[in-house]
Design a protein around this ligand. Structure first.
Ligand SMILES: [Zn+2]
Length: 340
């Protein structure tokens, strides 16, 4: 089988299509004929050599978390899926035995990690992490869901937003940001989203954003958000200075959920404002398999259409990452495998 492997961790030029043995399922595993795999900044950080997760002397590495396709084979002991089932993978990898694996949420597992290996024609996965796709949910759409929409969905739950609340989403035209605006809108939550691009903000308004603000400078955004109102909650996938900003702008008792650090790993915060204002800062990573099930249901019912910017064939995976790097996109980039 062919795989779009990272053969050098030097950026998008480091992706090569290589031939690898078609995987065989072990006990509890399934092999999926991959039809679509969306890409994430997580993959790009690995490809750019910015992640410590992959040893540069241990290449090629096949990344890709967000897998959808058809089960081709199952190993011993698999009961939930069978060959021919159309599926999407929840990319959570957990120990399966700790308190959080047993009682949930499983993304709190101390051994929590992420699946990699979807940028290929076949992927070997834990069968228990597969969700069957309802008729009418195609693989490309399903592959858009796991990382970005799952993360945003879980963050919205952690933010305890209610209909009518105002949600601030800095960097709202990124993958998690778009998902957050769409999912919040579905819940009757009002949103204010920011971006550096006026044209992207127009699209964001079409997707449901109630207020849009053009700009990236935290100081400028501070007054622009205040003009809209005091947010009840902030979904912050940027980290950095947006963390202090989010705390400043939200109302007393507000909640800020943080899931990323693309804008920086540290931030100054106003500690008295935090405690005197009864504000909460909440960390969040990915979501649960039950969250993903609900997202698949939202797509099947027609309530949610994940925003897909464009698709790329497997052999153009490097171009997909170059496109992501240029940030000239709004929505998911999905690599499709159609050669079989
Ligand atoms: Zn566990």
């Amino acid at each position: 089988m062919r795989a779009a492997a990272f053969t050098e961790l030097t950026g998008p030029d480091g992706v090569s299509v290589v031939n690898q043995p078609t995987p065989e399922p072990g006990r509890g595993e399934a092999v999926v004929d991959v039809e679509a795999c969306s890409i994430n900044h997580h993959d790009l950080w690995i490809l750019n050599g910015e992640s410590s997760m992959v040893d540069p002397t241990d290449l090629p590495f096949v990344s890709g978390l967000d897998v959808a396709g058809t089960v081709s084979d199952v190993g011993e002991g698999v009961t939930g899926v069978e060959p021919g089932d159309r599926v999407v993978l929840c990319p959570n990898e957990t120990c399966g035995t700790c308190r959080f694996c047993r009682e949930g949420p499983e993304n709190l597992c101390a051994d929590y990690s992420l699946y990699h290996g979807g940028l290929a024609e076949s992927a070997r996965v834990e069968a228990s992490r597969l969700l069957r796709l309802p008729d009418g949910v195609d693989a490309t759409t399903a592959a858009a869901l796991p990382t970005a929409y799952l993360t945003a969905y879980h963050m919205l739950r952690r933010a305890e937003v209610e209909p009518g609340d105002l949600l601030f989403v800095p960097g709202a035209t990124g993958g998690v940001g778009v998902a957050a605006v769409q999912l919040a809108t579905l819940q009757g939550v009002r949103t204010v989203g920011t971006s550096s691009s006026a044209s992207k903000l127009e699209t964001l308004a079409d997707l449901g954003a109630d207020h849009t603000i053009k700009g990236t400078d935290p100081e400028t955004l501070r007054s622009a958000v205040a003009d809209v109102g005091r947010p009840d909650a902030v979904l912050n996938h940027l980290g950095g200075a947006y963390t202090g900003l989010g705390l400043d702008v939200m109302r007393r008792g507000g909640r800020m959920v943080v899931c990323g650090r693309t804008a920086g790993a540290t931030s100054e915060i106003d500690v008295p404002d935090l405690f005197l204002g009864h504000k909460r800062v909440i960390g969040s990573t990915m979501g649960t398999q039950a969250d993903l099930e609900r997202l698949v249901d939202l797509v099947a019912s027609g309530d949610l259409s994940p925003r897909i910017d464009r698709t790329f064939p497997l052999e153009e995976t490097g171009a997909a990452f170059a496109t992501m790097q240029e940030r000239d996109t709004l929505g998911k980039l999905v690599v499709t495998t159609s050669s079989r």
